[in-house]
Write a new protein. Structure first.
Length: 228
């Protein structure tokens, strides 16, 4: 089931769209707090966003730009501000499509279905992995915390992915090595130590000092309490 986030302060439109899409077995959520769209996006982790331009506090362009910092999820703009300047702006800010209001709900649904097919037919849908305020973008191999982000190497990404998937539990070194190299035997144990040190340095650079805890003789654990 695909998840769709509706960012529109027109209650009539948002409720109508949500009800219709849910009848087609989409899981939908509408934004209620327009000051924290980015946080609600991360918590819901949608597969597609429907974004109006004229919103309270910050406009849709701003929130599109914020979402693009952490995700390449498809964004379709829905707006009555459909002049050429706004359409060009929407695309340049990272939007994937633009539908002018008023619109036919069946046309909107067809465009959503086409966008989802193009986007996810060759890859999985769970692009964001979250633990507290830390977000791992599994599509771009980058980690985000507050307003900061850093790109990871393949090994750094796989280490952090494994630890975040097991948040709250200690992960043995052998299990991490298995995730990295599909073995726990022939790879030099020092290779994991080096990769872990580089990952910790990158995390510290974006404000995540001591995010990965060493459990001596056992393995590693995410320090989830500190960053919630």
């Amino acid at each position: 089931m695909y998840k769709i986030l509706i960012v529109d302060d027109d209650n009539v439109i948002s409720s109508t769209v949500q009800k219709y899409l849910e009848s087609w077995e989409y899981e939908c959520e509408t934004i209620e707090d327009f000051h924290n769209v980015r946080n609600e996006f991360v918590e819901f982790s949608p597969d597609l966003v429907l974004m109006d331009i004229g919103l309270p506090s910050f406009d849709g362009y701003y929130w599109c730009k914020e979402i693009r910092k952490i995700s390449q999820v498809p964004i379709i703009f829905l707006s009555s501000m459909s002049d050429n300047m706004n359409i060009v702006m929407a695309v340049s800010m990272g939007g994937d499509d633009f539908i002018a209001k008023p619109f036919d709900i069946q046309v909107l649904t067809a465009k959503i279905e086409a966008m989802l097919r193009r986007t996810y037919e060759l890859r999985g849908t769970d692009m964001l992995l979250q633990s507290g305020q830390v977000v791992l973008n599994q599509d771009k191999a980058s980690v985000h915390y507050n307003e900061h982000s850093v790109e990871l190497t393949k090994n750094e990404y796989r280490i952090l992915q494994k630890l975040m998937q097991e948040t709250g539990r200690i992960v043995a070194r052998e299990d991490i090595m298995e995730a990295l190299w599909n073995t726990d035997s022939y790879i030099d144990d020092n290779a994991l130590t080096v990769s872990m040190a580089r990952l910790r340095k990158k995390l510290e650079g974006i404000g995540l000092k001591d995010y990965i805890i060493t459990k001596r003789g056992i393995g590693y654990q995410i320090n989830s309490e500190e960053k919630n």
